[in-house]
Design a protein around this ligand. Structure first.
Ligand code: FES
Length: 91
């Protein structure tokens, strides 16, 4: 179980707990933290977030919505992101 601090564009910070095998998006949905999404399959890009701190594993996601240049800057898709440490993310 990892703690994930979720900051939104309005400066509001919420915290959620994510299990090892759970995506950030699923944990957020269960715990009432808003992250926009549509497909939950790594294809639409609506759930794109920026990782400020922490390590994570990224599942298969479309390069059309998450190109290499963004991957290198720690952007990821919440529906395909599995935390591997405590994290802080910007949504
Ligand atoms: S919800 Fe569509 S890419 Fe994550």
């Amino acid at each position: 179980m990892y703690k994930v601090k979720v900051l939104n564009q309005n400066g509001i910070q919420q915290e959620l707990v994510c299990k090892d095998n759970q995506t950030l998006l699923d944990a957020a949905n269960i715990q009432g933290v808003t992250i926009n999404y549509a497909c939950k399959g790594g294809g639409c890009g609506l759930c794109k977030i920026k990782v400020n701190e922490g390590s994570y594993e990224r599942g298969k996601s479309s390069k059309a919505v998450l190109p290499d240049s963004e991957r290198e800057q720690d952007y990821t898709l919440a529906c395909k992101t599995f935390p591997k440490s405590d994290m802080q993310v910007l949504v």
